[in-house]
Each structure stands twice: as C-alpha cells, then as structure tokens.
Design a protein around this ligand. Structure first.
Ligand code: ATP
Ligand code: MG
Length: 770
C-alpha cells in the first residue's frame, strides 16, 4: 500500500531522502559543498513536524549563524505549508545557550538578568585585573590574555583544568590565578562572556542531573548543521543533551563519577566538588548505549575553517564511535554549481592531505557555462574598480543579455581590511552593498555609549557600562574619583553605582564631583523606575536627552558629529522591533548579521569565514596573493595544517558560486602604509586549467576588465605580454615548459615574501560564527 509521498520529500534524491526519513537513531550526513546537507536538515524538521512526531518546541536545531536559523525557519514553514509556531530551540549554539542559562542562572551564581559582555568589555575588565595584580599590562597585554581565556573556554576548561604550560605562559605563571579572578569578577558583575553561554550550562547540567533530565525529555530530536566546525565545548554540550539514556559514560571524568542513577545521570555529581566543566580530554566513549539518540549532524570535513578558533574536525570523524549505531550517509550530487566551478574547487582541495575524500558530481553541464576567471590588477584600488565594473556589466546585462540582480553577487575577502576599498568604491559608484557578518552599526562609539546607558538602567550592577558613561559626557569626574569608587566597590563587593551612592555621603570625594555623582545617581534611579512603566523607546530618548549625551554631540564641532547624531536616531528606531529594553539589549548582544536594509538589492561583502553555507550566482574572490591568501599568519603559526585550513577556505569560497566565479590578485598592496609587491597565491597554481581561464587585461587603469575574456594563457606564448608586470606568477608561468593541461603545476623557485598583515579572519568576534 503506497502512501502518498508528501511534496517536500518528492524533490529529494534517494540518499537525501534516507537522511530525512531515518528519524530513529543517530545519523551523520557527510558530504561536500552544495550537496543539500542544509536542505536535508530543513526537510527533516519539516518531516518530523508533518508526521506529528514532535512539537516544534521539542526540536533542538543548531545552525552556524542567526541568519541561517531565520532562513531555516522560513523554509520549514514553506515546506509544511503554513507558518511554524514556535521553534524556540532553533538557533546558534550561543543563542540556545543563553536561553538555557537565563532559565537556570541562579544555579551558576548569576541572576537571570545577567549581562553578556562583548570582546571590548572583556578586554577592559581583564586589563583592570592585570593592573590590580601589579602586572605590567604593556608586557602582558589584556588582549592576549582574553584570547587565551577564549581558547581555554573553547576547549571547555575551567581555571583548575588548564594545562600547566598554558598557565605559565602568561605573566610569569599567573595565568591560572588571573583566569580564576576573571571568573569571579564576572560573577560579581552579574555578567558572563560568550564562552560562558555554553560552559555555564555544561556545569549546570553536570551538577543538576534532574535539570538535564528535563531537557532530555524535552528534546526529542537534535539536529546540527556545519558539524565540522564545532569546538570541544560545543561538542560537550551536545553530548550532554544527546545522552538521552543508557549507561554510556560520556567522558572519562563522568565515567568515574559515583552513584550513576537510572537514566545514566550521576545522582550526586558535583555534590562534593564544585561543579566543573570536566576534562577536555574526551576519549571515545566506553560502554554501550541503551536507547538510540535521535541526533542528526551534517558537515563536510573539507569546509572546516574554524580550527584557529578551536573547532575540532575530529568531532566529525568520531561520530560513529560517539553514537553507536549511527547511520552515515554520503551525498554526492551537487545541486549548486556548474561543472567548472566544481572542477576548480575539487582540484584545489585535492592538494590537501588527510581528507576523508568525497566524490562530487553535477548534472549542471552546459556548454555556455563560464570557466572560473582569474584576473590580475595593479593594486587593490584597481582591483576594487575592476570588480565594480564587472558588477555593473552584469547588472546592465552586457555579459549575456541578462540583467543580474546585485543580491545575486558577493565579494568574499580573506581579511576584513580588504573591505574598505570595495566599500569606498561602491559608495563612489552609487552601487548598493551590504557588509555581512561583522560589527558595524552596533560597534560604533556613540552606539556603544548609548547602549551602556541602557545596560546600566536595566542592570545596575553592570560596572563596565557604568565606567564607560559615568564621565561621558564630561561631568568633571576624574580618574581619582573613579578609582575611589572602584576601590570602595571592590572592597565591599558591591556595584560601582551603589558605591557612588555611599560615597557621596562622605568626604572622600571632592564637592564638585560629589554633586556630579549625585546627579548621575538620581537620574539612574529615576530611569530604572520608569523602566517598568514607560514605553522603552520613549525612555531611551529620555535617557539620551537627560544625560546630556545627545547634547554632547550637538555641541561637538567635528565632522563626524552629525553622523553620530543620525546613528543615535537610528538606534532608537531599531528598538521599535522589540517589546522591551531588555529584549533589545539581548538582541544586540546576540546580533551577528548586519541586517541593514534587508530589502534592497545590494552586493554582499563579507569574509570567507562568514560565507559558510551561503550561495550566490556570482562570487568575486579578491586578494589571492601570497601572504594574504594563504594568510601569512596561518602559515607562520599553523605550518602545514595552517596552509590546509587556508586551502579549505579557498574551497569554501569557490563553492559559494552557482554560475560565475571571478578570482583576483594584485601586484602591489599597501600594508601598514607601505607598498609591497606581492606574489600571486599558490592556490592559483592549484586550479585546473580545464576549468579556469585568465582574463585578458587592457592596459589602461580605468578600462581594466572590459572587453570580454581572453583565451586561456596556455593558448598564448605569454598571456601577459600585453599587460603590465605581474611579478612571480607571470615569470613563473611563462617559464613553465612542463605545465600539464589539467594542472598549472607548482611554481618553481617560489619564494614567499614575508608580509605582516594586521587583520585576518572574520571581522571582530561575533557571537555565532564571526
Ligand atoms: P554547504 O556545504 O555549502 O553548506 P549544503 O550541502 O548545505 O552546502 P544546500 O545549501 O543544502 O547544500 O544545497 C545547495 C543548493 O542545492 C541549494 O540551492 C538547494 O536548494 C539545492 N538543492 C539541494 N538538494 C536539492 C534537490 N534534491 N533538488 C534540487 N535542488 C536541491
Ligand atoms: Mg549547508
């Protein structure tokens, strides 16, 4: 009796369908780019819902970005026909982590209104701790220690668990102490950092088996996208939630815990010792699992690009050990890209060793398909100009008689500093663009100041916010006063705002400062009272007015001041989408995607790192030069594995393209104000000539990139005869007599210039992927 196949299943290929319909037990989908992994996850959720196996609130689904989560939700709605009510547990590791933590904050010594600190706050706080210890913060920069803490947290390590060597590596052995002091300080601030959003729940689950059990009952299905980029802490968190039943010890540490109760949870874990995150040294599980866990992870080892941030590609490799009885499904058909794009990407990634190895094929073979095009430019300014022209050409429809939308185009850069040139150029051209995946609006000075006011109103213990604005605008509160407040607050372990209330009653502070502080306190008292009664937008405006903050910029004669005032207005506008100031603050601390003008037709600009999972008709990949891509720091610090991660990044970049992929390199790049001549990236040599062509350049500065594409350089004696010098690449290639037709070969006499790039990776640190 053949049941009717629901529409959402009928478009899938047999392997995809298997991955969707295998709902009982663990499933791993291991497959290359564009094979429909994300689509499988989405359809699987739709299937679970449509067959009534679970309510939306019983599904835990982890995506890599907030944007991906939103899109997934929309698609599920389309698949099941009608909006999905709820899906509260669809989001990034961090956004789900914060939700869990808010419900049980008191279990880890926080209140439920705790603040989430961003990187800047964290660095300022660490700086204070370092100075308080009498350590020279020039010699031992706070930023460096912040990165170390982040690394430990990614590995799931509490202060007591960090390796000896690590602890010794900072401030002559004070690393552990400082880390512990940092955690204590966070607690007294009623705050946590990004890492804590997962580590606190892990501690809490370990110490409170009953709570964990509730979550086991709640989450009937667990799904994870981009599994290759989970770090150890995320992995531990997942394992805890996925360990529904059975006697499986989930780590050596837990295996040794006494009193394991029915259901596999130690009944008195954490009773004798303070709850700790557990050992980072997770060896394959021992023992048997009783019930199968309904977990489905999808990933691609070739797209693991967050190793530098603690991601462990090994998580994917040991899935079958971790989840006995797991079904591993491979998808081989690529639905995204043309044959040329797949061929180029596949050939490039084949240069990596230690891959699981996957086959990819496409049916999208069309004689009109364009090869991947490599372009040369003199410098980054010309690169931006040429890319701009190519974009306009596509937009006008000069290329193939078809007008292309800007939304279908993206520029993917290796390092965020590369963006400015494109942004500048596009502003000049009047081309709409949006920068995706990093700090922008909410990172601006005036926005951060305003937010500090709002934070302090919502959360009077937020000392970092207090310090940021207590003398902004200037109120005559000097360093001496601030230090007095600080010392008093620390001595009594109270917030600085409370310390201020105490100290204005004493003679410890000069009369003028006392008056100023008195005013500040009065204002915050009143605003906090209004929080419950006044609409939050009104209150926000009032705060900025009464505090004198808006006036500060009105009186400012600098060129930026008008823009800052506009931004403040925009900030108020952006609060309209939220019901409360707290809701808004939480949103901002979690926000990762710049959602400026989501409706307009615009070119996307982003780092390669934040392009994961996305796809565009046309992709531009600028800056393929040695030192920039592969990035010098990755090579210096990571050696061979650093290079391989860079190559995976290149693979991710190329495979974002559906139809067109344009790669650029420049001969000269300005770094730290100095011009450097550069060499084309070795990755260019690793592209197969059968799928790639070299754009013939016109030698004039303005006209570069016009006039159609030239033939492959192998069809000419010297493809760059008519163009200006392209050091390295040209010479190396022109001398190449043994180049094969399907490989550009490796460059002989290849000397890498050492170039120190300042920035790399995604812009700043964002909560879920950047
Ligand atoms: P990545 O590794 O880059 O994240 P992915 O494996 O997650 O890629 P998807 O983004 O799910 O791949 O799918 C790539 C494209 O192929 C999407 O546009 C998707 O809609 C399309 N696609 C996937 N499966 C099918 C199918 N069975 N029929 C038609 N199109 C499909
Ligand atoms: Mg995907």
């Amino acid at each position: 009796d053949q049941a009717r196949v629901p529409d959402y299943l009928s478009g899938l290929n047999p392997e995809q369908r298997e991955a969707v319909e295998t709902l009982d037990g663990p499933v791993l989908v291991l497959a290359g780019a564009g094979t429909g992994k994300t689509r499988v996850l989405t359809t699987r959720i739709a299937h679970i819902l449509a067959t009534g196996r679970a309510f939306p609130s019983q599904i835990l689904a982890v995506t890599f970005t907030n944007k991906a989560a939103r899109e997934m939700k929309e698609r599920i709605g389309l698949l099941v026909g009608g909006a999905v009510e709820g899906m509260p547990w669809l989001g990034t590791f961090h956004s789900i982590g914060v939700k869990i933590l808010r419900r049980h904050a008191e279990m880890v010594g926080l209140r439920s209104d705790f603040t989430i600190l961003d990187t800047d706050d964290v660095i300022r706080l660490i700086k204070q701790l370092i100075q308080a210890e009498g350590i020279d913060d020039k010699r031992w920069p706070a930023k460096q220690f912040a990165a170390m803490i982040d690394g430990w947290k990614n590995k799931g390590l509490d202060p007591s668990q960090i390796p000896e060597g690590d602890a010794r590596a900072f401030a002559n052995g004070k690393g552990r102490e400082l880390y512990a002091a940092y955690q204590n300080r966070l607690k007294s601030l009623n705050a946590c950092d990004f890492g804590d959003l997962l580590l606190h729940p892990i501690r809490m689950f370990r110490a409170n088996p009953d709570i964990l059990k509730d979550y086991h009952q709640r989450f009937k299905y667990i799904l994870v996208d981009e599994y290759q980029d989970t770090n150890t802490a995320q992995y531990m968190w997942l394992r805890l939630l996925a360990q529904r039943s059975g006697r499986m010890p989930i780590s050596p540490l837990e295996g040794e815990m006494p009193g394991r109760a029915e259901g596999g949870i130690p009944s008195n874990a954490g009773a004798s010792a303070p709850p700790s995150v557990g050992s980072a040294d997770i060896s394959p599980s021992r023992g048997e699992i009783n019930g199968l866990v309904n977990i489905c992870c999808v990933g691609d080892d070739d797209q693991s690009i967050y190793g530098w941030r603690g991601a462990e590609v090994d998580n994917i490799l040991r899935f079958e050990k971790d989840f006995p009885g797991a079904k591993v499904i491979k998808l081989e058909r690529n639905y995204r890209s043309t044959e040329h794009i797949l061929g180029a990407a596949g050939h490039l990634i084949a240069h990596n060793e230690g891959r699981l190895g996957k086959t990819l094929f496409t049916d999208r073979v069309n004689p009109d398909d364009e090869k991947v095009v490599v372009h040369a430019a003199w410098d980054s300014e010309e690169e931006a100009r040429a890319v701009g022209e190519e974009i306009e050409r596509l937009q006008r429809g000069d290329a193939d008689g078809k007008k292309h939308a800007l939304n279908d185009m993206a520029i993917l850069v290796r390092a965020s500093f590369q963006m400015r040139e494109f942004e500048d150029r596009f502003v000049t051209l009047g081309l709409n663009y949006r920068v995706i995946g990093g700090p922008r609006f909410y990172e601006r000075l005036e926005i951060r100041d305003a937010m500090a006011y709002f934070r302090l109103v919502c959360q009077p213990a937020d000392d970092l916010a207090f310090e940021r604005i207590v003398n902004t605008p200037k109120r005559g509160l000097g360093d001496t006063t601030i230090r007095a407040l600080h010392d008093y607050a620390r001595a009594r372990d109270i917030p600085m705002l409370a310390a201020a209330s105490d100290l204005i009653e004493t003679d410890e502070i000069k009369p003028k400062a006392r008056k100023a502080l008195f005013d500040v306190i009065q204002y915050f008292r009143r605003w906090s009272e209004l929080l419950e009664t006044t609409p939050h937008i009104e209150l926000a405006e009032q705060i900025l007015e009464e505090s004198g903050y808006t006036d500060m910029w009105k009186n400012d004669k600098s060129a930026e001041a008008p823009g800052r005032l506009e931004n403040l207005k925009e900030l108020i506008r952006s609060m309209e989408a939220f019901e409360s100031m707290r809701g808004f603050l939480e949103h901002v601390s979690l926000v990762m995607d710049a959602e400026q003008n989501a409706d307009m037709d615009a070119v996307s600009i982003m780092t390669l790192h934040s392009a994961k999972g996305l796809e565009f008709e046309t992709v531009f990949l600028p800056g393929w030069e040695e030192g920039l891509f592969p990035h010098q720091r990755a090579l210096d610090e990571g050696g061979r594995s650093g290079l391989e991660e860079e190559r995976r990044l290149a693979y991710v970049g190329i495979t974002r393209a559906k139809r067109r992929c344009h790669i650029w390199f420049v001969s000269n790049r300005r770094i730290h104000g100095l011009w450097q001549s550069t060499m084309p990236s070795r990755f260019l040599d690793e592209l197969p000539i059968t799928h790639v062509e070299v754009a013939e350049s016109e030698q004039s500065y303005g006209g570069y990139g016009r006039g159609g594409y030239g033939q492959s350089r192998f069809d000419k004696a010297d493809p760059f005869a008519n163009s200006y010098e392209t050091p390295g690449w040209k010479r190396a290639q022109a001398n190449k007599s043994d180049a094969t037709r399907d490989n550009w070969g490796t460059r002989s006499g290849h000397a890498v210039e050492r170039i120190g790039y300042g920035e790399s990776g995604p812009r700043g640190k964002t909560i879920d992927g950047e």
